[in-house]
Design a protein around this ligand. Structure first.
Ligand SMILES: Nc1ncnc2c1ncn2[C@@H]1O[C@H](COP(=O)(O)OP(=O)(O)OP(=O)(O)O)[C@@H](O)[C@H]1O
Ligand SMILES: [Mg+2]
Length: 374
């Protein structure tokens, strides 16, 4: 499959490549000349869009962001801003604000001086530097803290200073590399809202990096899911959950059960699961007959079959091994023909659950996705 084409297909028809504000094309980077930290990363990001890079540690998120910002030179590929290549342009000429993971404030400068710094670098007059720095510190709620040094500020306040410093010169693009990972849960949620508010106020194209899937889901217009230096899916946040493009996306975003299947009549949504001795029903696909695939079904899409319908192709025997009580729901951990299966059911339903007991389970074919086998 041509990955670049597949990713571009995810864009809606009205947003073709020419409408992209920021285009990453075929980006590759090797640090050691042998392995690629990122490989064939191509994304078109629209003006004003909030895009999140989501992926595990070492998957290439920072490397990609750093190439966009101009701190890292790609081995191959291009970065275009409104159609013009910026790949040879130094970072300060790209008009992109960046917040680093450790927010890197100057320790000997006050909040005001930190925020004014990018303006001084751009030779803005001293008076205007101060006026604009004060104004943006006010926007992030730090009007009363302008004279404090970073060490006299809390983690969340330092984070706001870093945000203000990235916003003060009115960047075209805002790049945020895991800006909230050092904060505790409450502050983190507060700052998520803050960042969304700033994005709404200023409307700048934003790339936000995180390895927290729930943060990605709540913040983003679209999510680019990174794995081992590649983007496996670039799609609206809900689609990444509801229609994962790959096995990895299915495991990294939410929980999933996978069954090894072979395409029997894929256009009719029929797939053979030899380990289960049945032909299962899932969403139709265009894979050739005989393709080796994975059928993916979420724990919350599985349900107990109250009446055994002999016509139901997805009716499986489930042996319950363990129950985890989440208060509002139960996670049932068990096996179908020796394969581990997890299902999430509402609490207080009609069925009584007992470890060691057997149940008949099923799912609606439309809730089962087919992805290539890894
Ligand atoms: N300056 C460097 N020199 C050599 N290798 C590097 C360098 N920077 C990154 N790498 C390697 O490139 C790969 C991608 O790293 P990157 O920092 O982009 O990952 P990440 O997705 O941001 O991870 P994390 O979530 O841990 O921040 C890793 O294997 C990393 O070791
Ligand atoms: Mg990183």
């Amino acid at each position: 499959m041509n990955e670049a084409c597949a990713l571009r297909d995810d864009l809606s028809p009205e947003a073709d490549a020419s409408a992209a504000h920021l285009s990453l094309t075929g980006l590759r980077k090797t640090f050691d000349g042998k392995t690629f930290a990122i490989d064939a990363v191509s994304l078109d990001i629209r003006e004003g869009e909030f895009v999140t890079f989501l992926g595990p540690s070492g998957s290439g998120k920072t490397t990609t962001l750093s190439i966009v910002a101009g701190f890292t030179t790609p081995t191959e590929g291009d970065v275009r801003l409104r159609g013009a290549s910026v790949v040879d342009m130094p970072p300060h000429r790209r008009n992109m604000g960046m917040v680093f993971q450790n927010y890197a404030l100057f320790p000997h400068m006050s909040a005001l001086e930190n925020v004014a710094f990018p303006l001084r670098m751009r030779r803005v007059s001293s008076h205007e530097c101060i006026t604009r720095a004060r104004r943006i510190l006010d926007v992030v709620g730090l009007a009363d803290h302008v004279d404090r040094l970073p060490k006299q500020l809390s983690g969340g306040q330092q984070q706001r200073v870093a945000l203000a410093r990235a916003l003060v010169f009115e960047p075209d693009v805002l790049l945020l590399d895991e800006p909230l990972s050092a904060l505790d849960k409450n502050l983190r949620e507060q700052m998520q809202l803050e960042i969304k508010r700033l994005h709404k106020t200023f409307g700048m194209t934003t790339i936000f990096v995180t390895h927290d899937q729930s943060e990605a889901m709540t913040m983003s217009d679209r999510i680019a899911v990174f794995n081992a230096g590649r983007v496996e899916q670039f799609a609206p946040a809900l689609d990444v959950y509801a229609a994962p493009a790959t096995h990895f996306v299915g495991t990294f975003v939410g929980e999933s059960n996978f069954f090894d299947v072979t395409a029997n009549d894929p256009a009719a949504g029929r797939y053979d699961a030899s380990a289960l001795h049945r032909t299962l029903a899932a969403l139709p696909t265009a894979h050739p007959r005989g393709s080796m695939l994975s059928l993916m079904v979420r724990p919350e899409s599985l349900r107990i079959a109250e009446t055994a319908d002999a016509e139901d192709p997805n009716l499986l025997d489930f042996e319950l091994a363990g129950i985890v009580d989440y208060g509002s729901s139960l996670l049932l951990d068990g096996r179908c023909s020796g394969q581990r299966v997890r299902m999430r059911v509402p609490r207080g339903g009609r069925t009584a659950y007992r470890e060691g007991a057997r149940y008949r389970i099923t799912w609606h074919p439309e809730d089962a996705h087919i992805v290539p086998r890894p």
